[in-house]
Design a protein around this ligand. Sequence first.
Ligand SMILES: *Cc1c(COP(=O)(O)O)cnc(C)c1O
Length: 362
Amino acid sequence: MEAIQFNLKERKTKVTLPESLGFGKIFTDHMFEMDYNEKLGWHNPAIRPVDDLQVHPASMFIHYGQTVFEGLKAFRQESGEVVMFRPDKHFERLNNSSRRVCIPEIDVDFVLEALKELINIDKEWIPTNRGDSLYIRPFIYGSDAFLGVKPAKEYKFILLLSPVGAYYPEGFKPVKILVTDEYVRAVRKGLGDCKTAANYAASLLAGQEAVKKGFTQVLWLDGVEQKYIEEVGTMNIFINLKNEIVTPKLNGSILPGVTRRSVIEILKEWKMNVVERDITINELVDAYDNGNLIGVFGTGTAAIISSVGWLTYKNKQMIFNDGKPGELDLKLFNELTSIHYGLKEDTHGWLMPVEQKEVVIS
Ligand SMILES: *Cc1c(COP(=O)(O)O)cnc(C)c1O
């Protein structure tokens, strides 16, 4: 791969971040991009100011959804050091998603180096408050202009950065979840285990209807029988039973979360009985009725851990821990965020430092 081209924007004033960052609303000054075609492979790597993209109206991804993305975070620790959480796993997953929708894979090591350069250039944008972070959105789309269903011949890869606030500005608040059997997000052997646009388009209506009924999000059941528990919103799900902590096993329609994988490792270290297996919604309801259900929580990069306080399935309304965050949920949240912010030693080697260098604008 050629060297990265730099076209940097002169920053006339110091970056000032708004008091409340929210999520995904503000973007840094620069982005990384590169192009793909059949002759050159991935080429033209460049870091340039964030600007509108040139997109032809017949650009293939708009019509046929050939696009994949990732979501990961960088944190500024108290020492000033900047670290990313398991970025290698995210880019390996990006390649897995790409393979499923015929997008050419990227070189993970090259992209990690490009990402470090980009973060270093925009490091003033990394928030310092505990709970805040820099959200990183890598994505690829089929860009050539052609009407007809087949894999694109040209692609664009982009790294976009967005400073984000703590997911729970008012503290760790449990969410209200509706179990949907009206809609499914994915089926086995389909696209469910890929971060590709179609899955999120498929999820919107169910989410919108749940919000209208006063819920935060939906719990997804399997695509065939609507019997097995799969995910909650855009998070993986854990069901905390008296004798075991269950998370649905990866079956092809569940997104293999990096947070899910990290939580399983932590629970094992804590000598807790964590099991990856199929679990039906009826088993959950029975466990609730028998007093064997302690709680339910979701895992994902955005929220880290999200406690479920209320769960409604058909006419059955369940409440966990009086609608307060579960003990285990809080403990896991504190463990992961302590690792992120360097308050606890990173014994697993999950953090990748971003070396901070002087930026010279030429
Ligand atoms: C991204 C995502 C997750 C969580 O994955 P993380 O790697 O933990 O962020 C879970 N489910 C869906 C559907 C997702 O898109």
